[in-house]
Design a protein around this ligand. Structure first.
Ligand SMILES: Nc1ncnc2c1ncn2[C@@H]1O[C@H](COP(=O)(O)OP(=O)(O)OP(=O)(O)O)[C@@H](O)[C@H]1O
Ligand SMILES: [Mg+2]
Length: 288
């Protein structure tokens, strides 16, 4: 069945680079394996220089693996047609500064063989999707970093890919822009598009990804379903609104009475810094 073919399959990927210093070899990726099933949002996280971009480039056939295989929807990455269904946002996307947002998307659409009314409609649809309709005729030279990332995302979606590969989609973007990009990724997920992204912003990864892999010095050190990786199996959290001190005392007494259970902590749940920031900035604007 179509759905049982992984969207991404990387097997024992190794990538060595020759460094100029005494022609030594640098192992950027050291035996990485991962599998992403269709419809999943997979986040590869790891510190700077751990091999995230190199893994993505090998998957896209942009660098040749030293050893191992990569495949997209069952097609080997070394074959050109493996890239038919893939959109890619590179680490440092480069665009022509003198083109407007709409012209940029038209350019990429034409490269993908779109033309006429279909192309016009696709450009408008993408500009709406990334919330740049208001800036469609402005030159990219005047776009902010967040707007450029969103045009980059729109570019990656031009040919309606089934897999989208995003290298640091929120690099240099403020929390409000990051939230727009996160919402966009969730929209892609709703449409059944597989997303493979990498980042070192853990909180953002936690909010969009259902699967994560942690890469460190070229090696995959932990991988799996996010919920399972971060769950503390032997603990349970109960969050109560407007509890009276009496009720809390009763609950505490009940826990203390039952054998084998321990009350570890009570208190007010904390919000995250990001949520606090958003509440104090953009959400404040939305209030009358
Ligand atoms: N073309 C290249 N030639 C030589 N070394 C390279 C090349 N590309 C990457 N490397 C090296 O491979 C290692 C992994 O780099 P990579 O760009 O994959 O890391 P990364 O996890 O994407 O880091 P970052 O978070 O900074 O983007 C680094 O040590 C880097 O210097
Ligand atoms: Mg990188």
């Amino acid at each position: 069945m179509e759905n049982s073919i992984p969207a991404v399959e990387i097997k024992n990927l190794v990538k060595d680079f020759r460094t100029s210093f005494r022609k030594q070899m640098l192992r950027a990726v050291d035996g990485v394996s991962l599998r992403i099933m269709p419809g999943e949002v997979y986040g590869l996280i790891g510190p700077n220089g751990s091999g995230k971009s190199t893994t993505m480039k090998a998957l896209l056939g942009l660098v040749a693996p030293t050893a191992g295989q990569c495949a997209i929807f069952g097609k080997d990455s070394l074959k050109v047609d493996s890239r038919n269904d893939v959109g890619f946002l590179p680490e440092n996307p480069y665009f022509y500064k003198h083109l407007s947002g709409a012209e940029t998307l038209r350019f990429y659409g034409k490269l993908c063989g779109l033309k006429g009314k279909v192309l016009d409609e696709r450009v408008s649809e993408l500009l709406a999707l990334v919330d740049l309709e208001g800036a469609r005729d402005r030159r990219l030279g005047g776009y902010s970093k967040g707007m450029l990332q969103r045009i980059g995302l729109a570019q990656a979606l031009v040919q309606e890919p089934r897999l989208v590969i995003l290298d640091e989609p929120t690099a240099g973007v403020d929390p409000i822009g990051s939230r727009q990009i996160r919402d966009l990724i969730l929209k892609l997920k709703e449409r059944g598009i597989t997303v493979f992204l990498c980042s070192h912003l853990l909180e953002q990864v936690q909010e969009v990804c259902d699967h994560v892999g942690i890469i460190f010095r070229g090696k995959m050190v932990k991988e799996g379903k996010l919920d399972e990786l971060i769950a503390i199996e032997d603990q349970t959290e109960i969050v109560v609104k407007d509890a009276t001190p009496e009720l809390l005392a009763e609950i505490t007494a009940l826990i203390e009475k039952s054998a084998g259970t321990t009350l570890l902590r009570t208190g007010k749940p904390r919000t995250t810094l990001e949520r606090l920031f958003l509440r104090e900035t953009i959400n404040r604007e939305e209030q009358p």
